[in-house]
Design a protein around this ligand. Structure first.
Ligand SMILES: *Cc1c(COP(=O)(O)O)cnc(C)c1O
Length: 425
C-alpha cells in the first residue's frame, strides 16, 4: 500500500498521539492470539478494564452491608445516579439538572413521549427520518396509535432523494414549512444509525421550534461520538443508551435530557414513580407526588446499581479526556479508514462506495460502506480473519473506529485483510 496507508504510517500515527494509551484501559477481544480489529463500538463498546473492579466493589458492599448499602456503601446506592450528572451534562452539553441516568432507551422514549408527544386534533403528526432504527419506528407508531391516530397519517418520514443515501436538511425544512402547523413533535436520530449521517441539530431544532413543534433527538449514536450542545441548541428532550460509544455494557443504564423550561411544572403529563418524588420527603411515603424540580422527576424506580457501576467505570475515562481532542482523534481514525478503503478499491479495481457524508459537520466515527455485488460472503470472510464489523442487508458494512480504543494499526491491518479477501473473491 502507499506510504500514507502503510504500516509505518499507522504505527507512527499511534505513537504520536497521546490519546493512544487509552486503549490500555479496555479489554480487546482476541482472535488467533492477536487483538481483533474491532469496528463495532457503535453497536457495543468494549469493556473498560475497571468495570469489573467497580462492579466487584458493589457486590462486596452488598455482601457486607445488606440494605445498609443504600446509605453506607462506598458510593451510597440511594443517590447512585447522582454520580453521573456532571459527566452526562458535559457529554451532551446541558445544565446538570437537565440530565439523569435512567432506564433503557426505548423505555425512555416512551416515557418522554408521554410528556412531549401531546397531539391535538389539528396538530398530531410526528416528523421523523425514513428507516429510523426499528425500535424508534415501533415506538413512534405505537404512540400514534395509543392516542387514536393511524400511524400512516400521523407519521411523516423524510427520505433521501431518489439515488441518494442521506437526507437533505433542506427537505426537512421544506416539510416543516409546508406541514408545520399539523406537526406536534419532531424526533430524529441525531446520528443516523445506518448511514452515520450527523444532522445539524442546532439549526433543525430552532427551525422546528419556531413553528411550535416539540423537538427530541435520539442520541444512541451521538453521545460519546460527536460534540453536543443540547441546552444551547434549545432542544426539548433527548435520550440515549450507554452501551454503544459509552462502553457501559450490554443493555446498561441509559439516560435522558429534558430542557429546564419543562422542569417544575405540575401540569405536565408524566408517568410517575417514587424515585421522581422530592428527596426530602420520599421516605415519609406521602400520598401526594411532589416532583423533584429537575430531570430526575422522570425517574420511576430506585436505581440498578450493578449496571451503573459499569457506567461509572466508563464515564470516569470520558471525565479525564479533553472531548475536543478525543473527537479530533476520532476524525483522524475515520479519515484514515476512508483512505485505506479508497486505496483497496484502486488496488483491486472493485467498486467501494462510502455512503457516510465526508463533510466533517455531517459525520462522526462511523463509516458506512457499500460493496456492490459482494454479498454477506465478504463479511463472513472478514469475520473469520478477525475483523469485527457490522453487516446490513443488502450490502452495507458499518464500521466505526472509536477514539477511546481503536488504533491506526487496527485500520491498517483491516486494509491488508480486505485486500487479501477481495483478491481471492
Ligand atoms: C441502539 C439503538 C436503539 C436500541 O434501543 P434499546 O431500547 O436500548 O434496546 C434504539 N434506537 C436507536 C436509534 C439506536 O441506535
Amino acid at each position: 500500500m502507499s506510504s500514507l496507508t502503510s504500516r509505518d504510517f499507522a504505527l507512527q500515527s499511534d505513537a504520536n498521539d497521546s490519546l493512544s494509551s487509552l486503549r490500555q484501559k479496555f479489554h480487546i477481544p482476541q482472535h488467533n492470539g492477536a487483538d481483533v480489529m474491532y469496528f463495532t463500538g457503535n453497536s457495543l463498546g468494549l469493556q473498560p478494564v475497571d468495570a469489573k473492579k467497580y462492579i466487584d466493589e458493589e457486590l462486596e458492599d452488598w455482601k457486607n452491608l445488606g440494605v445498609e448499602g443504600h446509605v453506607h456503601a462506598r458510593r451510597p446506592w440511594m443517590p447512585y445516579h447522582e454520580n453521573f450528572t456532571k459527566s452526562l451534562a458535559r457529554l451532551v452539553g446541558s445544565k446538570p439538572e437537565e440530565v439523569v441516568a435512567i432506564g433503557t432507551l426505548t423505555n425512555n422514549l416512551h416515557l418522554l413521549m408521554v410528556s412531549f408527544y401531546r397531539p391535538t386534533e389539528s396538530r398530531f403528526k410526528i416528523l421523523c427520518e425514513a428507516k429510523a432504527f426499528p425500535s424508534d419506528q415501533y415506538a413512534l407508531a405505537s404512540q400514534a396509535r395509543f392516542h387514536g391516530f393511524d400511524p400512516k397519517e400521523a407519521i411523516i418520514e423524510v427520505s433521501p432523494r431518489e439515488g441518494e443515501h442521506t437526507i437533505r436538511e433542506e427537505d426537512i425544512h421544506e416539510i416543516i414549512e409546508r406541514e408545520g402547523d399539523s406537526i406536534a413533535m419532531m424526533m430524529i436520530g441525531g446520528v443516523n444509525y445506518y448511514t452515520g449521517q450527523v444532522f445539524d441539530m442546532n439549526s433543525l431544532t430552532k427551525f422546528a421550534r419556531a413553528k411550535g413543534i416539540t423537538v427530541g433527538w435520539d442520541l444512541a449514536h451521538g453521545i460519546g461520538n460527536i460534540e453536543l450542545k443540547l441546552h444551547e441548541w434549545d432542544v426539548d428532550f433527548a435520550a440515549w443508551c450507554s452501551y454503544k460509544y459509552l462502553n457501559s455494557g450490554p443493555g446498561s443504564i441509559a439516560g435522558i435530557y429534558i430542557h429546564e423550561r419543562h422542569h417544575g411544572q405540575r401540569d405536565i403529563p408524566r408517568f410517575e414513580g417514587w424515585w421522581g418524588h422530592d428527596k426530602g420527603s420520599r421516605f415519609a411515603m406521602p400520598d401526594q407526588f411532589e416532583p423533584i424540580p429537575t430531570a430526575e422527576a422522570w425517574q420511576l424506580s430506585n436505581v440498578p446499581v450493578l449496571a451503573m457501576a459499569a457506567h461509572r467505570a466508563s464515564l470516569d475515562l470520558f471525565d479525564h479526556v479533553d472531548l475536543a481532542e478525543l473527537r479530533a482523534r476520532g476524525r483522524k481514525l475515520s479519515n484514515y479508514l476512508r483512505e485505506v478503503l479508497l486505496e483497496v478499491a484502486e488496488l483491486t479495481g472493485r467498486e467501494i462506495e462510502i455512503i457516510t457524508p465526508a463533510n466533517e459537520a455531517q459525520s462522526g466515527c462511523q463509516v458506512s460502506v457499500l460493496f456492490p455485488g459482494l454479498g454477506k460472503d465478504l463479511f463472513d470472510k472478514l469475520l473469520a480473519a478477525g475483523v469485527i464489523a457490522d453487516w446490513r442487508e443488502p450490502h452495507v458494512i458499518r464500521m466505526a473506529p472509536v477514539p477511546m480504543y481503536s488504533s491506526f494499526e487496527d485500520i491498517y491491518r483491516f486494509g491488508e485483510t480486505l485486500l487479501n479477501v477481495l483478491k481471492e473473491a
